[in-house]
Design a protein around this ligand. Structure first.
Ligand SMILES: Cc1ncc(COP(=O)(O)O)c(C=O)c1O
Length: 390
């Protein structure tokens, strides 16, 4: 090799979902039992047929194969604003929105606008692995707020305060959390914003799973000054079951979006037009469909909580909600990676190792129970019970 790799990128772990999937090829009895995939979080239902029929009408229009403005079509951003008005009780303006290639790219835009290499971002443990990976690739140091299992990993404001330094650029949180499912209450979100404000930093809130929570996630958009230091990351991939369409958005002050568009233009130019039309259709027409799926997910969660904890099950449920459960595995001598590998090889069950969500989390595993139909839950839980006895 005649070139050097960036040391920032070299230090980043390989994508954990790809790593876990690679274990499938090693299964001695592959194909004997049905694979239960609780690994990558993907709703197990398709988008509604009315949405795909709508796109089929559009696809022959040559306009659809062209770029759109970098920030997205104005009429689409207006639909997104209306969606916020209904779901959050208040909305950003279209110029405060940039449509992105999933929440993933919105996160990159946010971090590139806020941080330089050498800066710090405070991240609550357990932390969504792609956030740590992205920060490290940028040369930004994730400063981890410790995980408290007693409260399911909710952030503690006093602890967060102690982690602030002159290099801190943002408080980065996810609600509902990936991986614990824990929802940060609206009043805590208000307090987090006030804390960020006092320290002159941004509160960056990733709300990818907001469609799976009842009620208003918070009231920040109703605050006349929310733009001063709030940055919101959205994914409509989970909301409308369009993960492959890569439908996300960055929401922030218009001056923040102005800078983000410089990165957007050099990174992707724009969200694909067809994705924008899917998003607009979903925002305009699918509130009832989303509510139905939220209800189904809540039933799935209730059933999971009924089935999983038992005397026979040596895996302990620590936190759960929305789409995920965070469990403590019974093998003291195994890391989360070794435990997850064992589950893949011996039980044909894919889960993610705890340590991919941050340092010191080897005793835990993440289960995306939202991936599987309620009827498959008893079988999934039976495999945990059986493996725990071995
Ligand atoms: C917390 C969180 N943020 C962002 C993403 C990425 O979302 P998208 O598919 O919209 O890029 C995910 C996906 O699982 C996630 O869990």
């Amino acid at each position: 090799m005649r070139y050097n790799f960036s040391p920032y990128v070299e230090q980043v772990c390989f994508p954990p979902i790809s790593e876990v999937r690679s274990w499938l090829a090693e299964r001695p009895d592959a194909g004997c039992s049905e694979l239960i995939d609780l690994c990558q979080a993907v709703p197990n239902y398709p988008p509604p047929a009315e949405l795909t029929a709508h796109l089929q009408h559009l696809i022959d229009d040559p306009q659809q194969s062209r770029y759109s403005p970098d920030e997205g079509l104005e009429e689409v951003r207006r639909e997104v604003c209306d969606w916020y008005r209904r779901h959050y009780g208040a909305a950003p303006q279209p110029q405060e929105i940039c449509l992105t290639i999933g929440a993933s790219q919105a996160f990159w835009l946010a971090m590139m606008v806020l941080c330089r290499a050498g800066d710090e971002v405070i991240v609550q443990l357990p932390a969504y692995f792609d956030h740590s990976m992205g920060l490290q690739a940028l040369g930004v140091r994730p400063v981890y707020a410790p995980f408290d299992p007693q409260c399911g990993g909710l952030p503690d404001l006093a602890t967060l305060k102690t982690l602030m330094t002159p290099k801190t650029r943002a408080l980065l949180l996810v609600s509902p959390s990936n991986p614990t499912g824990t929802v940060i209450p609206p009043e805590t979100i208000e307090a987090l914003l006030a804390l960020a404000n006092q320290h002159g930093i941004a509160l960056v809130l990733d709300e990818t799973y907001n469609a799976f929570v009842d009620g208003r996630p918070h009231h920040l958009f109703a605050n006349p000054d929310w733009q001063e230091n709030f940055v919101h990351i959205a994914s409509f991939g989970k909301t409308f079951s369009l993960t492959g369409y890569r439908a996300g958005a960055l929401v922030a002050d218009a001056s923040f979006i102005h800078h983000a568009l410089k990165v957007q233009d050099s990174m992707v130019v724009c969200q694909p037009r067809l994705t924008q039309h899917a998003l607009a259709y979903g925002c305009r027409n699918l509130d009832a469909w989303v509510a139905q799926n939220r209800f189904m997910m809540q039933q799935r969660h209730d059933r999971f909580k009924e089935l999983f904890p038992s005397k026979e099950n040596r895996f302990k449920l620590v936190a759960s909600g929305g789409f995920f459960a965070w469990v403590h595995h019974p093998w003291e001598r195994l890391s989360g990676r070794e435990a997850a590998r064992r589950m893949a090889l011996e039980a044909n069950l894919l889960v993610l190792p705890g340590e991919v969500f941050g340092p010191g989390l080897e005793p835990y595993l993440r289960l995306a129970f939202g991936n599987i139909d309620e009827t498959l839950l008893p079988e999934a839980v039976a495999r945990f019970v059986a493996l725990g006895q071995k």
